[in-house]
Design a protein. Structure first.
Lengths: 275, 343
């Protein structure tokens, strides 16, 4: 079976679960049961319980929420800012281009986790800071991608044709250039979503994300560290959830990129109909 | 609608018939210089002069052909005339007004009157849009009509170029080169422009399709009274449609005049060579021997001193190296830039 279908299914299942968490989860994620702590998987608790007796499955289900929220918002912010900067850079060139690209190069030179931490240090810990941190990490690649798309498209004849018909710069940018650059940008959005899952987990692991008792995957992995010998499931299950989601998103992103690089926008494409 | 007439411009130098023609589009000593750094490490930059002081006039209802080898600057000149590039010096005028110092509003009006059709049919249509959207885009930009009237106009335009209504909802990738060029023409006529600039419109088409296409152009010109600036490296193409022809070499116009005059009595050696190289036309110069030019065109970044054609010219003399020939009127309506023209 084509892995793409599995990946899509997983991604959608995750999103759905996150949205419908209160109805899907068997138990209240913060309800403690101190008489049944660190239990292994059983019929009562399919994935076991944590050190406070809370159901791990329910916590994983609810933990999908901050992950979904952070990725979506981060991709949205990084996408709109990054693509805009890239368009300005690519279309207008000159000083604006030089400045913007130098800043982007600087951001790209810093490893993602460090950059995210830097932002957290400035903004203070918490779920919204995590969103901005991931957004900042994601902006430069969007800028570079959209810039290179614009650069290669702006001298194409169909763009010049619109220009010679009197199209304004805004129209050229948003109605002609952007739609024709969409493919690789969509792929990048999904790549960033995968990275966002990872970064959010990392930040939560470090205690800089969602504060307890609300569950988040990274934080669960961190809390489970101390009990790896007796109850490995505590860290393992959320860890597996993180890995599966990232893998699925990457498979999807890869497919999208492949689809768009065998370019339907290529000038040398042969017509499908004879003269 | 907006074809305003203007007083005849003074155009002694380029062989225009001064009988009360209204000059629509004109270029005045237009120069386009592209700067390029010699290498990644050099600090100095050499410049390529793609268009070197070109002047021409295009009158109402007239077709002016522009011929020359690849790299002679004709496409650059076309784009400058269409307002897509700003020349490094010189002025392009529409109805007597400098197009590059127009207000934004006036500039938009300019675009309604001057349209351009490009060479590559596979790159000149937005691949993501339907033919309807492509053709009506100029109408939407200038807010002419509503959805319904725009669609009707698109159908009329398609009819003008010999295509059927069912083409409207399809995408460019469904069509051949010849069909795409027709669509490009349909789009360019949407605003009823006074001037249509055609940059090598048939070069990418099969020979059999070329003839059809040129007939279409000829028909449209007569019916719609559009002026053409027709650019091609192919003399035969130009001779079919153009009333006057200008010959370009390395960024300069070396000869200009009425089509019949240029082809039967060329005064510039380059023109003569071009004609003798074209199989259909060489008979008209009285069976003159085939002229074969030696060498390659010089590097535009480093052109020869004086007359840039002298390195390939069999008549070249001392004067040609020291003095740049100016475009001078030889016979009624015909001018060339040569120190030793064939009269």
């Amino acid at each position: 079976m084509d892995p793409l279908w599995l990946a899509l299914f997983i991604a959608f299942a995750f999103a759905l679960t996150a949205l419908l968490a209160p109805w899907v989860a068997p138990y209240d994620p913060i309800e403690q049961n101190l008489s049944a702590t660190l239990q292994g998987p059983s019929w009562a608790n399919l994935l076991g319980t944590d050190h406070l007796g809370r159901d791990i499955l329910s916590r994983i289900i609810h933990g999908a929420r901050p992950t979904l929220l952070t990725s979506s918002i981060a991709v949205l912010i990084a996408g709109s800012l990054g693509i805009s900067l890239g368009m300005i850079s690519g279309y207008f060139g000159g000083l604006a281009d030089a400045l913007i690209m130098r800043v982007m190069d600087f951001l790209l030179a810093i490893p993602a986790i460090l950059l995210a931490l830097l932002v957290i240090v400035i903004l203070g810990p918490g779920p919204s800071s995590a969103m901005f941190a991931v957004a900042v990490v994601g902006i430069p690649e969007f800028a570079r991608l959209s810039r290179s798309q614009i650069l290669s498209l702006r001298t194409r004849e169909f763009v010049l044709a619109s220009k010679s018909a009197g199209a304004s710069t805004t129209r050229l940018l948003f109605r002609v250039l952007l739609p024709n650059s969409a493919g690789p940008l969509v792929a990048q959005a999904i790549v960033l979503a995968a990275l966002a899952v990872f970064l959010e987990a990392a930040l939560s692991f470090l205690g800089l994300g969602v504060p307890p008792p609300d569950p988040s995957w990274g934080q669960m992995v961190s809390a489970g560290k101390s009990y790896l010998q007796y109850a490995p499931g505590y860290s393992l299950f959320p860890g597996v959830a993180i890995a599966i989601l990232i893998l699925s998103l990457d498979v999807i992103a890869d497919r999208i990129r492949l689809h768009f690089s065998g370019d339907e926008n290529s000038i040398t494409e042969a017509p499908t109909k004879a003269a | 609608m907006f074809r305003s007439s203007t007083e005849s411009a003074n155009h002694v130098d380029n062989g225009n018939n001064s009988q009360a023609d209204t000059v629509l589009l004109s270029a005045d000593a237009v120069e386009m210089r592209f700067a390029s750094r010699k290498s990644l490490f050099s600090r100095s930059s050499s410049s390529v002069v793609a268009v070197d002081g070109v002047s021409f006039t295009l009158s109402s209802g007239e077709a002016l052909g522009l011929v020359g080898e690849s790299g002679c600057g004709k496409s650059t000149l076309a784009r400058i005339s269409a307002g897509l590039y700003k020349p490094t010096s010189g002025i392009v005028r529409l109805d007597g007004k400098d197009i590059n110092s127009m207000s934004r509003k006036r500039r938009k009006q300019f675009h309604r009157q001057v349209q351009i059709v490009f060479q590559d049919p596979f790159a000149s249509l937005d691949p993501r849009r339907s033919i309807l959207e492509i053709i009506t885009e100029p109408l939407r930009i200038h807010r002419i009509g509503n959805r319904k009237s725009q669609r009707e106009r698109a159908i009329d335009l398609l009819q003008d170029v010999g295509l059927d209504e069912e083409v409207l909802d399809r995408l460019p990738r469904d069509f051949s080169g010849g069909q795409r060029q027709r669509i490009s023409i349909a789009r360019s006529l949407a605003l009823e422009p006074a001037v249509l600039i055609l940059d090598e419109p048939v070069s990418a088409l099969d020979v059999s399709v070329q003839a059809q296409f040129l007939n279409l152009l000829q028909g449209l010109k007569e019916r719609l009274n559009v002026s053409y600036l027709l650019i091609s490296h192919d003399l035969a193409v130009v001779s079919l449609v153009a009333d006057r022809v200008a010959v370009m070499y390395l960024g300069r116009i070396v000869e200009v005049g009425r089509t019949e005059d240029i082809f039967t009595k060329p005064t510039h050696p380059y023109t003569a060579a071009l004609i003798s190289a074209s199989p259909e036309r060489s008979g008209e110069t009285g069976g003159a021997k085939r002229i074969i030019l030696e060498g390659d065109p010089p590097d535009p970044a480093n052109p020869p001193s004086g007359c840039s054609f002298r390195t390939r010219c069999w008549k070249a003399a001392e004067k040609c190296a020291s003095e740049k020939p100016m475009l001078v009127e030889r016979r009624d309506g015909q001018a060339s830039a040569c120190h030793y023209p064939e009269l």
